[in-house]
Design a protein around this ligand. Sequence first.
Ligand SMILES: *Cc1c(COP(=O)(O)O)cnc(C)c1O
Length: 380
Amino acid sequence: MSPSPTPAISSHWPRHRAGATLRIDLDAIAANYRLVRDRVGPRTTCAAVVKADAYGLGLAQVAPALQRAGADHFYVAHLEEGIALRPHVTATTRIFVLHGPLPGTEEEFVAHGLTPVLNSAEQIAGWRALARQQEKVLPAVVQLDTGMSRFGLSMDDVRAIADDADLLAGIEPTLVISHLACADTPHNPANARQRARLLEMAALLPAAPLALSASSGIFLGPEYHFDMVRPGAALYGIAPNEDAPNPLRPVVRLSARILQVRDIAAGDGVGYGLTYRAPGPRRIATIGAGYADGCLRQGASQGAAWFGTTRLPILGRISMDSITIDITDVPAGQLGPDMAVDLLGPQHDVDAAARAAGTIGYEILTSLGHRYHRTYVAGG
Ligand SMILES: *Cc1c(COP(=O)(O)O)cnc(C)c1O
């Protein structure tokens, strides 16, 4: 499929009706996909994880952009997410549902062309029962718990299958996966332990391609690539670890509108609880995004907006719909009502915002609110 140039697409309401604009760069997402795919090489399939509305960035826009970049295998968490994704990708595109079928939902997987990840003996039994009922062989991914204790078959479950092949009757395991708990800390010995455990457990099962790594695992090196990788965060520009410069392109820019500017005097308080007191005269601005838009309250004390390269510290508490910032350092006349400052952008990426808020980039992205004017940039 050759990507045809698409102009910038805007969704939701017009810019002038919103307090802030979220610009999502689909070309950067595509470039990040290609960077990861090139890193793992042609023998490893590079899938794309688009759960949680493509990490808050918009499944309907992001999934087709990833498909144009070459992705043909997608992961979501829930059945509903898989059903929502189906119309946005080609009919032959594989969609894997990480949480697998809840009891009684197996037929919906088949009806919507979704491949479940089977995480337990119960899910295997449910899938086996449907295969028997439909008199078909049904493909599935099998997940193994190699040490994270979250999802997947235990060693006892795997031994039971090794002892009784009928437990997989009617099921074609097209892929065996596991998930790393500590991949963002490259020197953590848990990574190698989980890798060894995957090989040990998979050896007891029918031969199938293997997959272990999400974004951070990919950057641990080729021995973690196996037959498929499943990046999510990396596609959206989040750094794989803190040990190396981020090789990925930033994807989002969040610009909030200045709603009011005022000059305050020494001793004046700002915001709920008056937790900020001006130590001297200050020029301050109130901007149109708040915690209801995903600007985490915990991020207030270390947080900032940016005007070009000028850092504008957040003052006091973050409100539901607004944030007050210190613009004293901007020369008079340069910044006024209706102009915009960046909350996420070139000077302050998702990882920096996360550090300021004491969280991770994943939470910054998936918290992004639904009141922004959203602009998707593609074909640039
Ligand atoms: C969310 C998730 C991924 C993607 O992880 P990233 O760190 O965002 O790349 C991959 N595999 C599983 C099982 C997941 O839950």
